[in-house]
Ligand binder design. Structure first.
Ligand code: AMP
Ligand code: MG
Length: 351
């Protein structure tokens, strides 16, 4: 299939949006930018379109999709009830990087929800996403627009790498803003539960709705504790290289990474190092990729997936990364980084 690339870097192109909407209404797939990462969209109410999404991504069919809407009224027909907490969270964070889990109605095919009787819903803020959802009839199912297992796409080039020839259209909206997937909160439980950390963190949630819990699987490395968001069990976001995250006091981390990098190079590995701007100078300059600055943690979130993809391009075989437990987005950043590392983490100690 020939994939159409539509350029909307500067502004929303209404004619191209109509063309994209026609593709979606006819059961086809369109990748589009959102404020979190690029999404691979299909009509959420069309089981056939959802099946195509799973196929294009190579995604396991028990991993449910998020339904994207562009106004609050669109919620009523697809969910059985809207808890008070959901209304308050919507007031505070929609449109934006928040996904909420509700009990679903029969309008949503089980092909879209991976067989679950709940549905994940998000109202994105990106103008291209909003225009597309509206023109396509109000409901777009969209997981991240990457091949399953690869880092999520934060630029149209990443989507083209993974999905060119597999989808009807890719809308290029330039670089996304946040760079990590939405926060997911489950409102079908008595106390709301965070299923995936994101830009909206636990403090921001409790500031609006009081007590919230964190899914037990996010708090442990024990593989026998199953996450409630089925997708969280997969080793997502994986670079081709073996990635090790090193934590501890800054000086120890730098010394430890330098030593391991040298040892790996001596064994013939192609080594890369992920560091913040503040510490980049402590490493061999030819190995280090600067991910952002700790002073502006959003830069680290923004660049994480692009840096992982860069390493794939240079055929790196071993990556060592600093840990980034930053104040606001640290949970989300470390969740993605540790998944990319297959949970490989060591503590730097003094020798
Ligand atoms: P992605 O769209 O690739 O960012 O992945 C969507 C995430 O939402 C996955 O981790 C899913 O498991 C999760 N998700 C979607 N629908 C539900 C649901 N009904 N219940 C729990 N988690 C869900
Ligand atoms: Mg994904």
């Amino acid at each position: 299939m020939e994939t159409i690339i539509a350029n909307m870097r500067q502004s929303v192109d209404e004619a191209e949006i109509r063309r994209a909407a026609d593709i979606l209404k006819n059961g086809g797939l369109v990748a589009f930018p959102t404020e979190t990462v690029y999404g691979l969209g299909g009509n959420a109410l069309d089981a056939g379109a959802s099946a195509k999404i799973y196929e294009a991504k190579g995604r396991p069919s028990d991993n449910p999709l998020i339904v994207h809407i562009c106004d609050m009224q669109a919620l009523d027909p697809i969910v059985r009830e809207i808890p008070e907490a959901a209304r308050r969270l919507a007031d505070a964070f929609w449109p934006g990087p928040l996904t909420m889990i509700f009990k679903k109605t029969d309008l949503v095919p089980s092909a879209t929800t991976g067989g679950l009787d709940t549905v994940a819903v998000r109202f994105p803020s990106h103008p291209v996403a909003q225009a597309l959802i509206k023109a396509a009839g109000g409901y777009i199912a969209a997981p991240s627009a990457n091949t399953s297992g690869r880092p999520s796409p934060t630029r149209a080039e990443h989507v083209i790498e993974d999905l060119s020839g597999k989808v009807e259209m890719i809308i290029d909206g330039g670089e996304v803003g946040i760079g990590l997937e939405s926060s997911i909160i489950d409102l079908t439980e008595e106390t709301p539960v965070i299923l995936r950390p994101g830009f909206i963190n636990k403090e921001m949630f409790s500031g609006v709705i009081g007590e919230v819990k964190t899914d037990a699987a996010l708090l442990t490395n024990d593989p026998s504790v199953h996450p409630k968001a089925p997708g969280m069990k997969y080793r997502h976001y994986a670079p081709k290289a073996e990635l090790t995250v090193v934590e501890g006091p800054q000086e120890d981390v730098c010394a430890c990474i330098c030593r391991m990098a040298k040892e790996a190079q001596e064994k013939g590995e192609k080594v890369g190092i992920i560091a913040a701007a503040e510490t980049a100078a402590f490493y061999p300059q030819e190995l280090v990729h600067v991910i952002g600055t700790r002073a502006h943690e959003e830069t680290i979130a923004h660049n994480l997936y692009a840096v992982l993809r860069d390493f794939d391009e240079c055929d790196t075989t071993k990556i060592f990364s600093e840990a980034f437990d930053t104040p606001s987005m640290g949970n989300a950043i470390m969740n993605r980084l540790m998944k990319a590392a297959g949970q490989r983490r060591i503590r730097a100690g003094r020798e």
